[in-house]
Design a protein around this ligand. Structure first.
Ligand code: MEV
Length: 309
């Protein structure tokens, strides 16, 4: 038996814009998804045959790509709520690839992160390497078209170049609030792509998100938390302009506002979750619950993928 686990993540700045090659920033969290692999009579996933309804398309895509010899039984366990925008798909792709990698071909972080990105692309149609790189490496990951300090690796796709950089985790408290509405990432990314092709104001918003991401990461690293909060609010307004907002997200943002330095949707949107930067995490969590959301306590984590057995 072998296995691997990978953390979840949340995006602090730059989701969607990063698919267009703009800067973005994500942080790994202390919730994890674990995959174990054992020899079996037939290939199955959590007791169901390969291809059965309800199986993770990310795990199945990994199996399709790795083409293991013989049949395997895969079991997944997770403390990352699925569909909440906290990276359960990226964690599933990275943990599955690492667990299936018996020859050690994906032992280097960059090879594993690139392979995970290909899995996300195959399932979603369009994607950036932000989520898969963050859950591979842990800590904070800043993506940008330029090479900056703390450079880890680059990922290329056509004309787009994403440079992935390590950033240390800040001394700050974040609270996530899940709306309970899970929206698939692929169609949201495709919708933003179509709107960007038609509407100049959407293209301008994407540019501005890229710029505010770099300002936000600088503010975070220098502990200018009020500025971070203001930039989170602006990022949310721009994401709403892209069309990925939702009234339930806005209700949670209103509820958390008295207790937060700033808050925004995190991940693909269309539902999913908000993240708040707060000095009063308990009060922020209570406010999320009172507004009908599910508070998800998250702690930042240095740890990326971990292999067992
Ligand atoms: C989803 O967590 C983040 C998006 O930017 C898509 C991606 O980067 O692949 C919406």
């Amino acid at each position: 038996m072998s296995g691997a686990s990978a953390p979840g993540k949340f995006i602090l700045f730059g989701e969607h814009a990063v698919v267009f090659g703009k800067p973005a920033f994500a942080l790994a969290i202390d919730r994890r998804l674990t995959v174990t692999v054992a020899e079996a009579e037939r290939t199955e996933l959590n007791g169901k045959p390969f291809g059965a309804a309800g199986n993770s398309p990310y795990v199945e895509e990994c199996l399709r790509r790795v083409e293991p010899q013989g049949h395997l039984r895969l079991e997944t366990r997770s403390t990352i709520p699925a569909g909440s925008g906290l990276g359960s798909s990226a964690a599933a792709a990275i943990a599955t690839l690492a667990a299936l990698d018996r020859q050690g071909r994906l032992r280097e972080e960059d090879d594993l992160a690139r392979a995970g990105f290909e899995v996300e692309l195959a399932v979603q149609g369009r994607a950036s390497p932000l989520d898969t790189s963050t859950v591979t490496h842990g800590s904070g990951i800043l993506v940008s078209p330029e090479r900056l300090s703390g450079h880890l690796w680059e990922v290329r796709r056509g004309e787009k170049v994403w440079n992935l950089h390590h950033r240390s985790i800040p001394e700050a408290d974040f609270v996530v609030g899940f709306t309970g509405i899970s929206a698939a990432t692929g169609p949201l990314v495709a919708m933003v792509h179509e709107r960007a092709a038609r509407e100049p104001k959407v293209r301008e918003a994407i540019e501005e998100i890229g710029e505010l991401t770099l300002a936000g990461v600088d503010a975070l690293q220098h502990e200018r938390f009020e500025e971070v909060g203001e930039l989170m609010e602006r990022n949310h307004a721009l994401l709403t302009l892209l069309g990925v907002g939702h009234e339930r997200l806005d209700a949670l943002l209103r509820a958390v506002k008295p207790y937060a330095l700033g808050a925004k949707l995190t991940g693909a949107g269309g539902g999913g979750s908000i993240v708040a930067l707060t000095e009063k995490p308990d009060k922020a969590a209570e406010a999320i619950r009172a507004a009908g959301g599910t508070p998800i306590p998250v702690r930042l984590s240095r740890e990326g993928v971990r292999r067992h057995g």
